[in-house]
Design a protein around this ligand. Sequence first.
Ligand code: TXA
Ligand code: MG
Length: 333
Amino acid sequence: MLATTVCSIDPGAPAPAIIATAAQTLRRGGLVAFPTETVYGLGANALDTQAVARIFAAKGRPANNPLIVHVADLESARCLAAEWPDAAVRLVERFWPGPLTLVVKKTAAVPAIVTADGPTVALRSPAHKVALAILAAAGIPIAAPSANRSSRLSPTRAEHVRRDLEGHIDILLDAGPTAGGLESTVLDVSTPTPRLLRPGLVSPAEIEAVIGPIERPHLSTSASNDQPLRSPGLIGRHYSPRTRVECIEGNACRRVDELSHQGLRLGWINLGEEKIDFPGVICRIMPRDVRRYAAEFYAVLHDLDAAGLDCILVELPPRTDEWLAIHDRLRRM
Ligand code: TXA
Ligand code: MG
């Protein structure tokens, strides 16, 4: 076990002394959990095989699941990419820094452990002052998956990181809740037609408005879990609370009534309805606006998961493109 140092840091004006310590820890091969605009990341020097191995160990992450490398800017990204296609040029101009991860052919500078031995690397520049300050101070690319144990819910607050990883990381920077609340969109631009690997905060429509049609091979808003997934890390159960999750079309009132009569302790993620009191049921009303919903989504699930319930009932959002990322996560819980 490590002694994890938890430091509060101002998301609007990160203290240079704290940033310098975090950067130095990373340069020495340590692990630093830090906020991004999506979720908290678990960072290590992407060019240091041993440091990256510590990420896999801390998360219990399978070695065949590659990591996203975070970079300060376009120039640092291009140093790690063997090719920088036209689509990447245009997407970076529009979305970086921001929640869009681009998969490109890698150079030999990127260690095999980062990419799970594959020929491509996933790159993104995060739109968060703390993350960007660390990248600038450290002067290295930072490999950072979400700062949770493998297959669990991503953390949107420092306390979520603490619950999963305290004692396994050197430093945790607490900058309060992350604004986005959901992971970045992962887009493979290494193939002639860009392919959406993971829907996220940047929608397919926003991407297509910049580069034209993209492939979305395995994605749908259907609730079924039986379609094969193409990205190495996107197979099967993922992003899960420990508590069983049941998704409901429309209003879950009847199901809540039925299960609570069976004596089950329930969580109810309710989509913008008036609060209805059922004894012993924890009801959370969610915004109908997708961005506001996404910002709260994991935090609500973390809370309900910690409440010792038998089941969490989730009312499914509309089956429209803008809700694709939420449907994707729910499908794999
Ligand atoms: O918002 C985010 O993306 C957060 C923050 C911390 O940046 N990071 C994150 O990382 O969600 P992680 O490791 O939890 O998810 C990365 C996803 C995985 O599904 C992984 O399989 C995929 O990106 N990925 C990484 N490298 C890849 C590659 N070379 N080819 C295809 N998929 C890749
Ligand atoms: Mg993750």
